[in-house]
Design a protein around this ligand. Structure first.
Ligand code: FAD
Ligand code: UDP
Length: 378
């Protein structure tokens, strides 16, 4: 073998992680002739969006309920190349003072909770009368009390947030609780996005289709560090936690974790809607029933309870100023790595939904192709 041949890279790209970020980039790069190796530590593709059938034969999401929603036609059209869809609009009830009321807070929530009979117009006045003036909305407490006042904040947000994050809402960026809107009407959908649908045959099938290109090889149950030096490649795409890539050299970036308790019940339906939130009771934040979400017919039903944890698999970046500062230091190191691209929720330390990760991966692909791209807006 000639020197040149023995040194030629076997792969153009080594991609770490087979979640949305890694799989979308693998597909895009393979589609333009790139030879791609995806290395995934877990025994399956799909990252946290992975789904599978449990022992009872019910399609579940082992890493918690994943509901797809987006306002981006580009993202929806792109994923539609790899899956058909089942329209699904998620609904959530919150268990507050013994009642199950709609969350996000809407007209019915307030009327039922306080025994009122307000119209939408009157609700606007009601909120104005209870809202606390906040000069500059900075924290997750500010966002809520400045809109719906202290009592609704205490009933719906304070306890849930303290459980979910191990922090008081006053210690978290406004963006966290701002994910949940307040409504003056009776719309009881959790999301208001233009596109709301579930992959018809599940997420894993969609990921199989994304990764089906002959230019893509997938290696499961492998940490990239085990093979990085053994397998020649020109460029690394990294979708794991950014601090782990740099051996936590500036200290650990906080990621919030969850324990999941999965249960199967001998009834057709356990909950009235897809998810019931428990802001003030129990160690878990919410319980979700998969058959609502997937539309599966089955004589039994499977649910999952989410118990927030400080330690464990990294699931959520924790949006607060000191973490943003620490992330910036890692980001500077990442920017200085010429042959490595960092993409995804953990690698860019952003509290992104699935569609935002897909959008980020599509933008990253265009950048890698040398196309001019506007700076990230999401
Ligand atoms: P991941 O899915 O985390 O993929 C990264 C992959 O990299 C992982 O599979 C990991 O094993 C692998 N990896 C890491 N380090 C290494 C290594 N050293 N070597 C090899 N492999 C490695 N979004 C929504 O839009 N709707 C929802 O309803 C929703 N619900 C959610 C519920 C929960 C409980 C959670 C935690 C998240 C939810 N999300 C939801 C967010 C969604 O999961 C993420 O936006 C998306 O999955 C992120 O994709 P990713 O590729 O960036 O990361
Ligand atoms: N939240 C809350 N009460 C609720 C629902 C949400 O306080 O009943 C807050 C909480 O801080 C949570 C954040 O709003 O982490 C975002 O909620 P979302 O449902 O978007 O969280 P995710 O699905 O990402 O876990």
């Amino acid at each position: 073998m000639t020197e040149a041949l023995s040194q030629a890279a076997a792969f153009d790209y080594l991609i770490v992680g087979a979640g949305f970020a890694g799989s979308v980039l693998a597909e895009r790069l393979a589609s333009v002739g790139g030879r791609v190796l995806v290395v995934e530590r877990r025994p399956h593709i799909g990252g946290n969006a992975y789904d599978c059938y449990d022992d009872a034969g019910i399609l579940i999401h082992p890493y918690g309920p994943h509901i797809f929603h987006t306002n981006s036609k580009d993202v929806f059209d792109y994923l539609s190349l790899f899956t058909e869809w089942r329209p699904y609009q998620h609904r959530v009830l919150a268990n507050v003072e013994g009642q199950l009321v709609p969350m996000p807070i809407n007209l019915d929530t307030v009327n039922r909770l306080y025994g009122l009979n307000l119209t939408s117009f009157q609700l606007e006045d009601f909120f104005a009368s209870v809202a606390e003036p906040v000069e500059q909305v900075r924290t997750s407490e500010d966002v809520v009390v400045s809109k719906v006042g202290r009592d609704l904040y205490n009933k719906f947000f304070r306890g849930y947030t303290r459980k979910q994050w191990g922090l008081d809402p006053s210690q978290l960026d406004a963006s966290v609780t701002a994910r949940v809107p307040t409504r003056l009407n009776r719309d009881d959908r959790y999301f208001a996005d233009t596109y709301q649908a579930m992959p018809l045959h599940g997420y894993t099938r969609m990921f199989q289709n994304l990764l089906a290109h002959p230019n893509i090889k997938v290696m499961l149950q492998t940490d990239y560090r085990e093979v990085q030096r053994l397998i020649p490649h020109d460029h690394l795409i990294y979708t794991g936690p950014v601090d782990a890539y740099f051996d936590h050299c500036y200290g650990k970036l906080p990621y919030r974790s969850l324990d999941f308790r999965h249960e199967t019940h001998d009834v057709e339906q356990l909950l009235p809607v897809g998810t019931v939130n428990h802001p003030n009771d129990y160690a878990y934040t919410r319980v979700s029933e998969f058959k609502h979400i997937t539309g599966q017919q089955h004589r039994q039903t499977s649910v999952v309870y989410e118990f927030p944890q400080a330690d464990g698999d990294p699931y959520y970046p924790v949006p607060r100023p000191e973490n943003a500062e620490l992330y910036k230091r890692y980001q500077a190191l990442a920017d200085a790595e010429p042959d490595v691209t960092f993409v995804g929720r953990l690698a860019t330390y952003r509290y992104y939904n699935m569609d935002q990760v897909v959008a980020q991966a599509l933008t990253t692909f265009r950048k890698l192709q040398g196309e001019p791209v506007e700076s990230q807006s999401t």
